[in-house]
Design a protein. Structure first.
Length: 367
């Protein structure tokens, strides 16, 4: 795979740091276009008009949110000049940039989630029924435009087959660069950590649920324990959690690994969403024991009590965290097994083999 030339184009939130030095190791060239994804009265006129038009056409709001004329022109120019064999689109709402383009290149969607499932599980009020239907129909239409859709687990593949039975899907699990995420043998540590991109609503819900419902139960038995919320773009409701005694919010840090590897437990109290949680695999790789909900661990080939501990309500989640805080041998046993799970099932090397053996790398032939 190293013989292929990769060109990387991306929208870049100016408030979130990007590790461009690391990126240079893997790509021939890269370009970023500054783009702040938000809605508001101060939006440019073109975005307000697009929002009205897109909603009337049954197109979800994130598609409007992530439309950038400069980026559209950049993608069009690169495709025209480079005549690529493959164009990979990361996330469903960016499909709009290649839909109008002509060429023989293969169109591949890297679907991190079933986005309509994310919407359905995070917005449960009946008032969101129509927006959810718009999401579902848009997703079903859009995946038909791709020659191949990459999904993170067999669970996601089944859901996409329900949306579009004739689609071509390849399971490519989330994976960790195990040479970069170095294992730290488990010793007595202090503190809990939760990491995430907080523009993703399931992470907002998880952090809020943990602080309000789980953390107080833990502090009753471990009064000095601290909880760190680490991630990009925390909204006001997440930032406000930092006012709770024992809770710290660390936004847009350049590297989350030190926070994870120094924690006694990585918590994943996810209750909604889709896809699989890379945050679990990163903690596995670094040697930090994980407590997760069943939903949070969904789609991963892991066993509760061996790779991690499952807690599906506030009480059982708190019990699992406290058991790890009080039992260093349990933490050592779980982290040793979890690291092996990453090496055997979720490493970059495994993903490279999956892709190399698939038809993704065959010569393009699409008109």
């Amino acid at each position: 795979m190293g013989r292929n030339e990769i060109y990387f184009l991306a929208l870049q939130d100016p408030d979130v740091p990007a590790d461009r030095g690391e990126l240079q190791k893997y790509v021939k060239d890269f370009k970023f276009v500054s783009h702040k994804p938000h809605f508001g009265w101060g939006d440019p006129l073109y975005k307000k008009l697009l929002r009205v038009i897109y909603l009337a056409l049954g197109i979800p709001s994130p598609v409007v949110r992530d439309f950038n004329p400069e980026f559209a022109g950049l993608v069009k120019r690169y495709v025209r000049e480079l005549e690529p064999d493959i164009v990979v689109v990361d996330f469903l709402w960016l499909a709009q940039y290649i839909k109008p383009l002509k060429g023989k290149f293969r169109r591949v969607l890297n679907a991190h989630n079933v986005e309509s499932d994310v919407f359905r599980t995070t917005r449960k009020s009946f008032v969101f029924w129509l927006p959810w239907k718009i999401w579902k129909r848009y997703e079903a239409r859009t995946v038909r435009d791709f020659d191949l859709v990459l999904v993170t687990s067999e669970n996601e593949k089944k859901r996409f087959l329900e949306l579009n039975p004739s689609g071509n899907y390849l399971v490519v699990p989330n994976a960790v660069n195990t040479s970069l995420f170095k294992f730290k043998p488990y010793t007595r540590r202090g503190g809990l950590v939760f990491t995430g991109n907080f523009s993703h609503l399931p992470n907002v819900d998880a952090a809020t649920f943990f602080v309000k419902s789980v953390f107080p139960l833990i502090r009753e038995r471990a009064p000095r324990v601290q909880f760190s919320i680490v991630g990009s773009d925390p909204p006001a409701e997440v930032t406000a959690l930092g006012k709770v005694p024992g809770v710290g919010v660390f936004s847009n840090v350049p590297d989350a690994k030190p926070y994870i590897s120094s924690a006694a437990v990585a918590v994943v109290p996810i209750r909604s969403g889709s896809g699989t949680r890379l945050k679990i695999l990163e903690a596995f790789a670094l040697g930090t024991p994980v407590v997760s909900t069943s939903f949070g661990a969904g789609g991963l080939m892991v066993d509760s009590g061996k790779d991690l501990i499952i807690g599906d309500n506030a009480e059982s989640f708190a019990d699992a965290v406290v058991s790890l805080l009080n039992n260093q041998d349990l933490g050592r046993k779980i982290t040793t097994r979890a690291r092996k799970t990453v090496e055997d099932k979720y490493s970059w090397e495994l993903v490279e083999k999956i892709i190399s053996k698939s038809d993704l790398m065959r010569e393009s032939g699409k008109d």
